[in-house]
Design a protein around this ligand. Sequence first.
Ligand SMILES: [Zn+2]
Length: 78
Amino acid sequence: MRQADLFGDTPVRRPRRVMMHATDTGQPPYSMPHWRTDKGGHFECQRCGHVHGWQFNMTESEIWRGLPCPTCNKGANQ
Ligand SMILES: [Zn+2]
């Protein structure tokens, strides 16, 4: 694959990150007053197998987008 031009044609520069994806979604067993949502997901990395566990206070789109994997993204720009 060719390396992209430094002044490339891509308008948005996006850091390449490995995302963990939700293997399950649900509601938290408790809630905090400052939380925005009562939704969350159980996140796992499909690449390295890292299990993050449940993360709550997330919007639906955040759940679908996933969370950056702390193991796969080690050393990368966060
Ligand atoms: Zn990973």
